[in-house]
Design a protein around this ligand. Structure first.
Ligand code: MSP
Length: 508
């Protein structure tokens, strides 16, 4: 069985997660579920990036230890992922003992082989806040947090020799044209960061304590990226390269990340892996941001609700569907409650919900829910039958290109055609004519089959609804090899129809 290792970024548990974090995680979940459906052995990983000065400060403000602080947020995050039906296989925390020990070993190995060296970190420092700032952050030499004067100071630090890997990295990009997607992000990396010259990277700090100690120099803690990025391998047992998980799943097939951290995943991470002499991930996809009223939804801006409120109001699949369908993958998109309601009403309540309800209700009304297929095909059926036969491959191509919104729309398009097919074939008129009984059975079978196939293809995106529909169809197989037309059994009786999505009335 082919394998597929997919990851989300590990999120900072500095505050509870918002719909932006949900966006990345829902897409990753949809891709993971789709790959499982198509026969891959999937390992889907998410987690939390728990160290650093910011969290240390937040915990101090709350008068608790950093570990107590992150524990609460992680618990909240796991609960959120459960309510969103996120099917991750592993949740890594950078405070896990195994991860901490592995990071220390990686740091030591890189130091021993000369890829990490001790130097001096120069920066603008705010003494009361104990924080370093860059020149662009500290406008007019003032601390962006407290407004007091910052001082140019230097502190002893370890550096990773990023510069050494510059040419190898360019060569790797050339040989792997699909390493970074969308392609615009690859050009941005090459032109803005790599070609102007890579600078060595500061990988330790002495100015805060909440981090993994450098074991051979305990004044230092490992700074950010060596701790965070290596999560993708430490979870598989690295540095034990004989670990079954590592042997099976590394290299990752897809790192899914927001556009602001593409740089770390396509420059720093490959260079660390080259230094460790490990294969590089196959692909990094940088998606856009969800915005509210033109602004990135963010913890520091605080412009968001608890995502659970949306789930309670609209249902989990409605949220999943909206974020997956609405934003062209790779671009920014806006999160608007009104747009979400229109989308739910148009696609889920009208197109999908009505179709399923009408078809199953008619099957009950005319045939007591019994399914049969006398195959009395007419010309008017051809277009729909061709569409449904081609759908599986079309969706597969779109998903391989990670065009999730387009894949979904292809399925919706077939469902829209099914509704049109009902209007054209007028089953209620066929039902009045005893000689048209077999034709009516055929029309209903065609519709039920299209619903079944579309439902299986929709299952990675709206899993609860898909199970619900298949249950109404009295068939439970969510299997890719049943996607050929004609697999719906004819000796079954459908269950009673249940409304899938109620139309949401808006106040205006
Ligand atoms: N801890 C680092 C990542 C380390 S990965 C080795 C980090 N964490 S974060 O909490 O800031 O989360 C960043 C990720 O959350 C983004 O890359 C993106 O995937 C997701 N998003 C956060 N806000 C978002 C939006 N408003 N819209 C879409 N995605 C957003 O960076």
């Amino acid at each position: 069985m082919p394998k597929f290792y997919i990851t989300t970024p590990i999120y900072y548990p500095s505050a509870n997660f918002h719909i932006g974090h949900c966006y990345t995680t829902i897409i990753a979940d949809a891709i993971a579920r789709y790959k499982r459906l198509t026969g891959y052995d999937v390992y889907f990983q998410t987690g939390t990036d728990e160290h650093g000065e910011k969290i240390e400060k937040k915990a101090k403000e709350a008068n608790i230890t950093p570990k107590e602080y992150v524990d609460k947020i992680v618990e909240n995050a796991k609960d959120l992922w459960q309510s969103l039906n996120i099917s991750y296989d592993y949740f890594i925390r950078t405070t896990d003992k195994e991860h901490e020990q592995a990071v220390q070993k990686i740091f030591k190995k890189l130091y021993d082989q000369g890829d990490i060296y001790k130097g001096e970190y120069k920066g603008l420092y705010c003494i009361p806040c104990e924080s370093f700032w860059t020149e662009t952050q500290a406008i007019d030499n003032k601390c962006p947090d407290c407004g007091r004067e910052v001082k140019l100071v230097s502190e002893e630090a370890y550096f990773f020799k990023l510069s050494k890997y510059q040419d190898k990295l360019i060569e790797f990009y050339d040989q792997h044209p699909n390493f970074i997607l969308p392609i615009s992000r690859k050009n941005e990396m090459l032109n803005n960061f790599i070609k102007p010259g890579l600078e060595d990277l500061c990988v330790s700090r002495t100015s805060f304590k909440w981090g993994i100690p450098v074991d051979f120099d305990p004044n230092h803690v490992v700074y950010v990226w060596i701790d965070a990025l290596t999560n993708y391998i430490t979870s598989l047992g690295y540095p034990d390269t004989n670990n079954e998980l590592f042997k099976k799943y590394w290299p990752a097939d897809l790192h899914l990340v927001g556009k602001e951290i593409v740089r770390f995943h396509t420059i720093i991470w490959p260079c660390i892996l080259m230094a460790l002499d490990l294969p590089l991930p196959k692909q990094v996809f940088g998606h856009g941001w969800l915005k509210i009223a033109g602004n990135k939804i963010s913890k520091s801006v605080g412009n968001y609700k608890d995502p659970r409120e949306y789930i309670e109001n609209y249902g989990v699949d409605a949220i999943r569907y909206y974020v997956l369908r609405e934003v062209p993958f790779g671009s920014d998109g806006s999160f608007k409650e009104e747009a979400m309601i229109s989308r739910i009403n148009a696609d889920l309540a009208n197109t999908l919900g009505n179709l399923v309800n009408r078809t199953i209700s008619m099957s009950h009304k005319y045939f007591d829910g019994k399914v049969s297929n006398p195959k009395l095909i007419e010309d008017i059926d051809n277009e729909l039958l061709t569409n449904i036969s081609n759908l599986k491959d079309i969706v597969e191509n779109k998903m391989n290109e990670l065009k999730v919104n387009e894949a979904i729309d292809e399925i919706m398009e077939v469902l829209r055609k099914c509704n049109k097919y009902i209007d054209e074939t007028t089953p209620w008129l066929l039902a009045k004519d005893e000689t048209k009984k077999e034709r009516l059975q055929t029309v209903l079978y065609n519709l039920l089959e299209c619903i079944r196939i579309c439902t299986i293809l929709l299952s990675p995106f709206i899993p609860t609804t898909s199970t619900n529909i298949l249950n109404q169809l009295n068939t439970h197989k969510i299997e890719y090899n049943t996607l050929e037309f004609g697999n719906l059994e004819t000796n079954i009786t459908l269950n009673k129809p249940i409304i899938l999505f109620n139309r949401i009335e808006t106040k205006s």
